[in-house]
Design a binder for this molecule. Structure first.
Ligand code: BGC
Length: 757
């Protein structure tokens, strides 16, 4: 760099950093900076690259990496993803800030799906806690650990509603319900972003995948989505709206096409709804290569056309397609897009960078000492244990086989996941070290007085996948461990079997058509149960599995998901009764793949059949070979104690539009130990201008009760709770009768009614 260049650059950097006074708003700073930028530099801000070479080594000479490096130096990159760790972040940021003409800082993005180095439970598991404070804390601490490693932006939360367990990405979301999903979405936004984005260790969050990605046909990842406006507005959009209302800074669009238009180019979604109706002022990033993929969708003619469609559709930043950087200038010359599109996108991106404080300090939180102190800090590990315990759902517990006794009882721990230190980390744990989870074996070994023996029984995978990119090969032939496991089962009082999915069996690209216990595990379970019927099944998984046989033949089932770093400790504390489980399922567990998609908030149909009765003919909405109902429904979960619901009342029988109704119920702990219950409120609009779900969750409260203790729980219902996207395509509440249900899961039958004037 020659001297003149250096002086010019320094003075520009000086200008950018110091010419604005504290009083001037970010919008003015953005406008000023924008006016200094060349077209090439503007387009550069809309370009995001993946980091894949060692920035601290010699600069790359060839290929893709060389281009990226050159682009960084020329200010043609707005953001990097997957560059992490203070050393790497600083060295890349240094190129942008010190070598590019304007020195505009990069924003560093990363997928914090459930933690950074310290892994929290998968989001589906955390949703099972129904504890939004715990979920907020999980996001906050993930942000802290990642921010200390130089990250300023996360591609989370995933707020897709998921109804089909075949789809591997159900693990990343909060399940099938838009109300629970909205509360979880807002909690995660608050957790990641904090009160103010420039507060220490806060990062920008992303609501993804906009929209309807969770409705991929037949649960096959990346597949077509064809749903009506009714489902889109009432089911899919609410959690996105909640994230926008919580002040989220960015959105990511999705790989799927929605009703014929790839989401990446969907102006109805991104321009009309998001940036229009919702007044969203942040920016939209594409999903990985999703701009280019519009050619494969059969929607874009070529790369240039894809760029045009994406810009017009409202995508502000191009993740890894390299289309914006190569095509937008030409598109502008050809008047296919105009400068206002580009200025708007760039302003949105710069605004978030200003809000984060990157212009004040491009090396935000980059301090090796602090990074060391915060990585794996006790407060983070403890929070991950707390939320892991809260995420566990007790699905069955006959004859109080659980909790286990801490002394005296001979326990056999069996199963391929019992000693596994990797699977509990689940998918999407890119910053974590492999094999760093506490296994169930280790967790149980902390109980020193127990009489614990262990046998693997069977291997789950043939070959341990190296990570994110490999398909998992399941063992379907080698049964050599069966004999020892069966022999162990015969010798003990209780068997704990830890079965389920390998850590990378769910997640992106991990769709499955069979949802039983994978590989030889079902056979092992049956043989062990034959040898000793006192079996406690602990299931580890990233999605609802089909557990019919276990539900009939095994006395206890504990849903333990992939719980992260502290998995084994959390599970052991539940098994031994040091923690009384209170989790409730955020997704219905099917009886058969043939039932999918399966969700509690379905419509009635014209032929619903009489509940529990044989309607006397075949002509009703049902299967000839399976029940309609879930094996374990949404909202379901047991405790080591029991709860009784009595005195259910409404404060009045009519609701004025400006008023409210209070629904009360007494909840009593009728068992012998202290416990927590998630009390759930469901509403039903039995007749409306469009058909409505048979039940919709509209409130819940967690109560903790000592044995014999009773509490009055109340919910306030207002017009806002009754609104839906109706036949006039308006968000409104329609006059008429409404039913109210309060209970411990979505099957609750006891109802009261009121009328909306
Ligand atoms: C996923 C996104 C993710 C992105 C960046 C894509 O494959 O769909 O959810 O944020 O990669 O890692």
């Amino acid at each position: 760099m020659n001297m003149n260049h250096l002086v010019l650059k320094l003075s520009l950097v000086f200008f950018i950093h110091f010419s604005t006074t504290a009083q001037q708003s970010i919008d003015i700073k953005v406008a000023e900076l924008l006016s200094k930028m060349t077209l090439e530099e503007k387009i550069g801000q809309m370009n995001q690259y993946n980091g894949f070479w060692n920035f601290t080594g010699p600069s790359p000479e060839e290929g893709d990496a060389k281009v990226k490096y050159e682009h960084l130096r020329k200010g043609l990159v707005g953001s990097m993803l997957n560059v992490r760790g203070v050393r790497d972040v600083r060295s890349v940021q240094k190129i942008a800030v010190e070598e590019s003409r304007l020195g505009i800082p990069l924003i560093f993005g990363f997928d914090l799906i459930h933690g950074y180095k310290t892994v929290f439970p998968i989001p589906l598991a955390e949703a099972a806690s129904w504890d939004v404070k715990a979920i907020e804390l999980s996001a906050k601490l993930a942000a802290k650990e990642a921010a200390a490693a130089g990250i300023n932006w996360t591609f989370a939360p995933m707020v897709d509603i998921t109804r089909d367990a075949r789809w591997g990405r159900v693990m990343e979301g909060a399940g099938e319900d838009p109300y629970l999903g909205s509360l979880v979405a807002a909690a995660r936004v608050r957790g990641f972003q904090g009160e103010k984005l420039n507060a220490p260790f806060t990062i920008a969050a992303t609501a993804k995948h906009f929209a309807a990605y969770g409705f991929a046909e037949a649960g096959r990842d990346y597949n077509t989505v064809d749903i009506g406006l009714n489902t889109l507005h009432n089911m899919v959009l609410p959690p996105f709206k909640a994230a926008a209302d919580a002040g989220i800074k960015t959105f990511m669009n999705s790989f799927n096409d929605l009703n014929g238009i790839p989401a990446t180019a969907d102006a109805y979604l991104q321009r009309d709804i998001l940036k229009g109706d919702w007044g969203f002022e942040g920016f939209v990033v594409s999903d990985w290569g999703s701009i280019r993929e519009m050619m494969d969708h059969g929607y874009a003619r070529d790369r240039k056309h894809a760029g045009e469609l994406a810009v017009l559709g409202g995508s502000d930043m191009d993740m890894e397609s390299s289309i914006y950087i190569n095509e937008l200038e030409t598109l502008l010359e050809e008047k296919k897009i105009n400068l206002a599109h580009i200025d708007d996108a760039v302003s949105r991106i710069l605004k978030v960078k200003y809000e984060l404080g990157l212009f004040d300090d491009p090396y935000l939180y980059c301090n090796e000492e602090v990074e060391k102190q915060i990585t794996g800090a006790q407060e983070i590990v403890e929070a991950s244990l707390e939320v892991a315990k809260k995420s566990i759902v007790l699905l069955k517990n006959e004859n109080n086989i659980l909790p286990l006794r801490k002394k005296g009882q001979k326990i056999g721990l069996i199963g391929p996941l019992a000693a596994d230190k990797n699977s509990p980390l689940g998918n999407w744990r890119i910053a974590a070290e492999n094999n760093t989870a506490i296994s169930v074996l280790e967790g149980m070994q902390n109980y020193k007085d127990n009489r614990l023996s262990h046998a693997q029984g069977v291997r789950l995978v043939e070959k341990v996948p190296a990570g994110f990119h490999e398909e998992v090969a399941i063992n379907t032939t080698d049964k050599t461990g069966f004999e020892a496991a069966i022999a162990l089962a015969k010798k003990v009082d209780v068997v704990v079997m830890v079965l389920g999915e390998y850590g990378f069996q769910s997640g992106e690209g991990r769709s499955r058509t069979q949802l039983g216990l994978p590989g030889l595990q079902q056979e092992l379970l049956e043989k062990v149960t034959m040898a000793n019927p006192n079996v406690v099944l602990v299931v580890m998984n990233g999605r609802p599995l089909i557990l019919n046989w276990a539900a009939e033949n095994v006395p206890a089932i504990v849903e333990a998901w992939h719980l992260g770093t502290q998995s084994g400790n959390a599970i052991a504390q539940v098994l031994y009764g040091d923690y009384n489980p209170s989790g409730k399922l955020p997704m219905s567990f099917p009886r058969s793949v043939g039932q999918l998609p399966l969700y509690y908030n379905h419509k009635s149909t014209g032929r619903p059949g009489a509940e529990g009765e044989d309607p006397g003919s075949v002509f009703w909405s049902h299967y000839g070979d399976e029940k309609n109902s879930a094996l374990f429904p949404f909202g379901f979960g047991l405790s080591y104690t029991e709860f009784e619901y009595t005195n259910f009342q409404l404060s009045t029988a009519t609701l004025d539009r400006s008023g409210s109704i209070t629904a009360f119920v007494d909840v009593k702990n009728t068992g012998a130990v202290k416990g927590k219950e998630v009390v759930q409120l469901y509403l039903q609009d039995p007749y409306a201008s469009t058909t409505r779900p048979v039940k919709e969750l509209k409130g819940f409260q967690m109560v903790e009760l000592a044995p014999g203790e009773s509490k009055k729980v109340s919910f306030i219902i207002t017009e806002a709770d009754l609104k839906f996207y109706n036949a006039k395509q308006q968000w409104d509440a329609e006059s008429g009768i409404f039913h109210v249900y309060i209970g411990g899961n979505s099957l609750v039958k006891n109802k009261r009614s009121f009328e909306l004037n």
